[in-house]
Design a protein around this ligand. Structure first.
Ligand SMILES: [Cu+2]
Length: 192
C-alpha cells in the first residue's frame, strides 16, 4: 500500500505539465518586457459614477527587435483594452486594437485623442493623487507591472509629437491654464 501511494504521487507529479516560462527573462534578459521602458504614465481622473477611463504613457523599446503590447489588466477595472482613435467620416471614434507595436530603439506615444489603454467598468472613482496598478502583457508572453498616478492632465515635460509646437519650448505653454482639463478628449470617458 505504501509503495502504491508513492507511485501515485510520483505519477501525479511527473504528469503535471511543465509550467510555461515565456515570462522568465532568458540568460541575456532579452524578453520583450525587459526591453520595454514606460515613461510619463498617467491615468485620467474621473468623478464617481464614471464607468470608464484611460491610461496614457510613452512606451520606449530599448532593445533592437520589435516588441508589442498585446493586453492589459488592472484591479480597478473589469476589463482593459488597447484602443486607438479613427476618423469615421469626420467623427473621431475609439476602436479596440490587438497590439501597439514598437520597433527596436523606437517609442510609441499614447495620448488623449490617440492611442490609449482603456479602463472599462471602473470599480472605484479615480481620484487625483491616487495610483492605479496596471499590468501589461507583451507579444512574447512576458509581462510588466507599473503603478500609474491618477491626474487630471498630462504630466509636465511630456513631449508632444505632431502638435506643431515649437520644439525649442520645453513645455507647451498653450496647455497651461485657461482650459478645462476635462474638456479635451472626453471620448475615453465613455464607450460609444
Ligand atoms: Cu478608449
Amino acid at each position: 500500500m505504501r509503495i502504491l501511494s508513492c507511485l501515485l504521487l510520483w505519477s501525479a507529479c511527473t504528469t503535471t505539465p511543465g509550467s510555461p516560462a515565456p515570462a522568465e527573462p532568458n540568460a541575456q534578459g532579452t524578453n520583450e518586457a525587459s526591453a520595454l521602458r514606460i515613461d510619463g504614465a498617467w491615468a485620467r481622473a474621473v468623478p464617481p459614477g464614471t464607468p470608464n477611463s484611460a491610461i496614457f504613457f510613452t512606451a520606449h523599446n530599448e532593445g533592437s527587435s520589435q516588441i508589442a503590447l498585446t493586453a492589459g489588466a488592472s484591479p480597478v477595472a473589469k476589463s482593459v483594452e488597447l484602443h486607438t482613435h479613427v476618423d469615421d467620416e469626420g467623427v473621431m471614434r475609439m476602436r479596440k486594437v490587438e497590439r501597439f507595436a514598437v520597433d527596436g530603439h523606437d517609442h510609441h506615444h499614447l495620448k488623449p485623442g490617440g492611442d490609449h489603454i482603456m479602463l472599462i467598468g471602473l470599480s472605484q472613482p479615480l481620484v487625483e493623487g491616487a495610483s492605479v496598478p496596471l499590468s501589461l502583457s507583451l507579444a512574447d508572453g512576458s509581462e510588466t507591472t507599473l503603478d500609474v498616478p491618477v491626474r487630471t492632465r498630462p504630466p509636465e515635460g511630456g513631449h508632444h509629437h505632431g502638435s506643431g509646437a515649437d520644439p525649442s519650448h520645453g513645455a507647451d505653454p498653450s496647455h497651461e491654464g485657461g482650459h478645462d482639463p476635462k474638456g479635451e478628449d472626453h471620448g475615453e470617458a465613455a464607450l460609444e
